[in-house]
Write a protein that binds this ligand. Structure first.
Ligand SMILES: *Cc1c(COP(=O)(O)O)cnc(C)c1O
Length: 745
């Protein structure tokens, strides 16, 4: 790997210089043994770096490195890990190479406006980004030929501070590029690669950065280059700007610029997978490339459709980008003729049949320009078909050609390492290598082998760790912002590890109804303040900087948390991100989710929790409709939406469940102080959700469902001779289960 900035790490002894390769490949982040290599250099430096090996290796005194390079035990471990890493990177014998041997050189280009990979790369706002990040990690593990494109947001997403009045203050902090696991992409002459976005006038230029996600390169676009006008430099400065024109320019850069960058890097034969509509212009650029080669527009469109997958998540019309025609004209004037079509034909590609005058709808365009489209859960598939049936006149219900692939989470990323060790210990002897077949439900049946008290004690350990981390964060917040006693309570200083703990953490979009549990404050107070069976709630999440509604919800919660009547049993944790998410989904007892159905396209944080034995208490929406089986958590809110008093009814269902089921089960201890009924439910949650809602199941589903036709669309000869052609032993088949359920309904 000659493209790493090795000259900046000359203080690392040659014997362990592979640490630089490791630090610049996020593979370390989902392989706990690799993480320990950094941690062992010096625990304090590891902590100071906020678990960021690039930053740590830059800052660490040479003496620690020297000591490690002379320590036989360290070197032994180092050699084993480096061997494993290099073998992984060789990419032989992967699932994909065995399933699709001798395939033509077709790769998949994945486009997304955000990626949630690690907190050292703050290029995400929420679930959409983590889905993309988990998709890449899993594609890497399975050996898929994939490249990915996104943005290098120079300011990242906002950092959040909540002031004593409960108001969210956004703090923008430029991303420290030198301390992030990213490197500049250079051209053949060794200069920074700069690419002009084709046919867009006035011109926009992009520089390119690279993130190594295991075997998969992720290219990040950066418009902060000297040859750009000042306005253009700002295009990639932050996520989802509210300014419509700037947003259009972002999407032009992501789609058209991103496609051009792949081209410049010599990546030509690719199918495209779009994560949501923001990068849809990539399909436009693929059409233009073909027209440039002399293919007529309709044939080019046909080719592009056949080789494009579009995943849409947004179940409300207002959530889709629509750009007015005059704005489109401003940027695409020279693009129309390059496609060989006129303005009218171009604008028709983005027309929403029910509001034709509104402008260019990115989702309508993406649906027209791709032959394969899907929602992200069974329920979301139904909602999406209903929403977009107008694009296929004469179709309705199941005949609308939109499919679904239910989301999943990357198990090695979200399963706590100690929890993994415990699973290893009991599953491993019977099913060695279980982690590499973790989408097989049969493997997870062995969770029952774990003795109740071991699972319970480990859970308590993770909970204690969560609470000590939260208190430590609160201590730091106090030293920076001071504030009064009420703020200390609201920040979580009084959290108690022996109290039943509920977690609620996600973006503060209004549809997620973070305030729902305060619908009847008196009843909630009684639940939290029960002297024998107390309950505490930890909230976390950011409101979008332009969303005052979301900020008011946050403020309401924070003010409750400040009130002594709630007894210090409500905490709001600032600056929710990947790291806080890890602690929460490992350490709380119950994961609460109560969006307004059918707004939750899937939701993934509950999957992360379930994997670690945290029990879901969730409304029946998104993934939980598929996940809930009556024994692995709690469900409510099965009614139709829109009725008056919905909040009241849903809140009351939560209170009932807490009072009658959750709290009694949690505090029902045997003589050994283990709540065996609760632990049974934890095991059921792990077993039933772990395999199904894994990114492995999800990515395999995308591949087996779409890859053959993508290959065919690209003109490749295709024969699938691998193991997947054999009958599967899988007990659970998302397709057949869906059919039976829908037919039964
Ligand atoms: C998983 C995750 C999300 C998505 O959570 P949802 O419950 O799907 O909204 C958002 N933010 C972070 C930091 C996450 O880890």
């Amino acid at each position: 790997m000659r493209d790493l900035p090795r000259d900046q790490f000359t203080h690392i002894p040659e014997r362990i210089s592979g640490l630089v390769d490791l630090a610049y490949n996020l593979w370390w982040s989902w392989n706990p043994e690799a993480r320990i290599l950094f941690k062992q250099l010096n625990r304090q430096a590891w902590k100071e770096s906020v678990h960021n090996p690039v930053r740590m290796l830059r800052a660490i005194p040479a003496e620690f490195l020297q000591r490690a390079a002379e320590n036989p035990a360290y070197l032994h471990r180092y050699d084993v890990i480096m061997h494993r890493f290099r073998k992984y990177m060789d990419a032989t014998g992967t699932w994909f190479s065995e399933e699709y041997p001798g395939r033509p050189p077709l790769s998949i280009a994945y486009f997304s406006a955000e990626y949630g990979l690690h907190h050292s790369l703050p290029f995400y706002a929420g679930g959409l980004g983590f889905l993309a990040g988990d998709h890449l990690k899993e594609a890497s593990d399975l050996g898929l030929p994939m490249v990915a494109v996104g943005f290098m947001y120079s300011q990242g997403y906002l950092h959040q501070h909540v002031n004593p009045d409960g108001w969210q203050e956004g703090i923008t902090e430029p991303v420290d590029r030198d301390a992030a696991p990213i490197t500049r992409v250079l051209d053949a002459a060794g200069e920074d690669l700069v690419v002009r976005v084709p046919h867009i006038d006035p011109p926009i230029y992009v520089a390119v950065w690279k993130v190594r996600v295991g075997r998969i390169p992720l290219y990040l676009l950066d418009t902060n280059v000297a040859c750009n006008s000042p306005g253009n430099r700002e295009i990639s400065s932050r996520l989802y700007t509210g300014d419509q024109e700037q947003r259009l320019r972002q999407e032009i850069v992501l789609g058209i610029g991103g496609r051009k960058v792949l081209h410049s890097l010599g990546i030509e034969y690719s199918a495209v997978h779009l994560n949501e509509g923001h990068p849809a212009f990539a399909l436009l650029e693929r059409i233009r490339e073909r027209v440039e080669r002399g293919i007529d527009f309709d044939a080019a469109l046909g080719e592009v459709q056949a080789t494009s997958v579009f995943t849409t998540h947004t179940p409300v019309p207002a959530g889709h980008d629509v750009f007015p025609a005059d704005l489109i004209d401003r940027y695409f004037k020279t693009y129309y003729p390059a496609l060989g079509i006129d303005r009218t034909r171009f604008l028709q590609l983005g027309v929403h049949p029910e509001s034709p005058g509104a402008g260019f709808n990115m989702t309508a365009f993406a649906l027209r320009a791709s032959a394969h489209h899907n929602g992200v859960s069974r329920a979301n598939g139904t909602v999406t078909r209903k929403m977009w049936s107008c694009l296929w006149p004469g179709t309705a219900g199941a005949t609308v050609p939109i499919d679904h692939v239910t989301n999943g989470v990357h198990v090695p990323t979200w399963l706590n390492p100690r929890m993994k060790n415990l699973y290893d210990r009991y599953i491993g002897p019977i099913s060695p290598g279980w982690l590499s077949e973790h989408d097989d439900p049969a493997v997870w049946e062995l969770i029952d082998e774990i003795p109740d008290d071991e699972l319970w004690r480990l859970h308590l350990h993770l909970k204690a760790k969560l609470i000590s981390r939260l208190r430590e964060r609160e201590r730091v917040r106090w030293t920076v912002h001071s504030g009064g006693r009420a703020d200390r309570a609201a920040g979580g200083a009084f959290l108690n590890p022996s109290v039943l703990t509920i977690g609620f953490a996600r973006r503060f979009s209004t549809y997620k109804r973070a305030q729902l549990i305060f619908e009847d404050p008196e009843r909630l107070k009684r639940i939290l303040n029960n002297p024998w069976y107390p309950v505490q709630i930890v909230f976390a999440g950011k409101a979008h900087p332009a969303d005052d509604g979301g900020k008011r919800v946050l403020q309401k919660i924070y003010r409750y948390a400040q009130q002594p009547e709630f007894a210090g049993r409500i905490a709001f944790v600032e600056d929710y991100g990947e790291q806080v998410a890890q602690y929460l989904v490992h350490g709380v007892d119950v994961w609460l989710n109560n969006p307004l159905p059918p707004m939750e396209a899937s939701g993934t944080s509950g999957m992360k929790a379930a994997l670690n034995g945290v029990l879901n208490l969730s409304i029946l929406d998104g993934w939980w409709i598929e996940g809930y089986n009556g024994r692995n958590g709690w469900a409510f809110g099965n009614e139709e939406t829109g009725c008056e008093g919905r909040d009241r009814a849903d809140a009351s269902a939560i209170y009932d469940l807490l009072e009658k089921e959750v709290v009694p089960l949690y505090y029902d201890r045997s003589i050994d102080d283990v709540p065996h009924g609760w632990v049974r439910m934890m095991k059921e949650s792990i077993k039933s959700n772990g395999p199904r809602f894994s990114a492995r199941r999800m990515v395999k589903e995308y591949v087996t469902r779409y890859y053959p036709s993508l290959l065919k669309g690209a003109g490749g000869e295709f024969a699938r001779t691998g193991a997947a052609a054999k009958p599967r032993k899988q007990a659970w088949n998302p397709r057949t289960q869906e059919k039976t359920r829908e037919e039964g309904a």
